[in-house]
Design a protein around this ligand. Sequence first.
Ligand code: SF4
Length: 118
Amino acid sequence: MEPKDTTPNEDYKGFTNATCPFYPCHSGVKREFNCLFCYCPLIAYECPGQYKVFTSKNGVVRKDCTDCSLPHDGYRQSWNFIQKWVERPVIWSGKAQTRPLAPRPEAANPEPDASLPS
Ligand code: SF4
């Protein structure tokens, strides 16, 4: 059987729902606004995003991702960003973001991570 990842069609990497009542839900997006990762797959994992930490009314420590545009900035760029970080997921420690971030090991299909903050 032919591997599914040989298609040159990249339409699966993102879309924009411009009629969503919350669109645009994050500021700072410079490329196509990718809605595919509306619920970020990295919410429970360590990530390089600009999140803040808060405690919910149920006492659960959570990320506030309001200021993060990484899963939304460009179809291809955000797709590659997410693939890279879910390849070897590390459960989030519940701690605040630290800077500078440790470099992430290269993914199998690397592409310059232009979406990452410098
Ligand atoms: S900070 Fe950004 S990358 Fe991290 S979980 Fe939130 S939306 Fe995803």
